[in-house]
Design a protein around this ligand. Sequence first.
Ligand code: Z5A
Length: 224
Amino acid sequence: MSGMLPMHPRLVSLEGGEGAGKSTALAAVRELLAARGHEVVLTREPGGTPLAERIRGLLLDPGERTQGAAAEPLHPETELLLMFAARAQHVAQVVRPALERGAYVVSDRFTDSSYAYQGAGRGLDPQWIADLERRTVGLRPGLTLLLDLDVREGRARTSGRDLWPDRIESEQDDFFERVRRGFRQRAAAEPERFAVIDAAQPPQAVGRDVAAAVAAWLDRQVQA
Ligand code: Z5A
């Protein structure tokens, strides 16, 4: 079970639906940690290493632009395993080495996205995801910032940004509603790890709330 994995005191993840404003949040986290004198490694999933970025390309390619592969659907099980293939590489190459040398790692998405998208969204068994997490990741973030936003509002923010929506962005609203519920359920189940941020606010207010959540988390660690 994910609940039994240790939370790492220098691993921070950012989660949320499409258009939630993870870029603003990422900048706020980096600024606060750097101001306190910490080395900060910013990374993302799926991706974060050259090989994992290639897997990301396979995962997000809408198909139409892939020579010869247009007619082949990506099955939910394949999607999950590719997410974890990218994650295993990312954790081994980037996350663990950075944590071991004392840096803070801030990841734009991490394992909670697999529970929300492939678990809640696609309907795959969360126990299978937990097993993959235990075998390939072995840790949970110490802090997960969930940028929570109405699905339609998030999609309105990104519509028109991309000429071609990627494969996951092309899903219908009901898929993203399940994903949002999945994230919120995880946050409710692990309140000691999650900080839920109201992402409907203007960017400056989101940045302020994110910085406050990180500062409170760091202060709790000093007191512990
Ligand atoms: N995925 C998965 O299924 N399973 C997994 O295990 C993992 C990932 C790890 C790629 O992730 C996809 O992979 C993602 C989940 C899946 N699919 N979807 N959907 P990604 O993180 O690269 O993709 P994304 O979530 O779609 O990114 P995004 O849409 O770019 O979201 P964002 O990073 O949160 O948004 P942003 O770039 O910060 O902002 C988006 C726009 O909104 C931009 O024009 C901003 O100016 C605007 N914005 C931002 N904040 C505000 C506020 N506060 N007010 C108004 N406008 C705002």
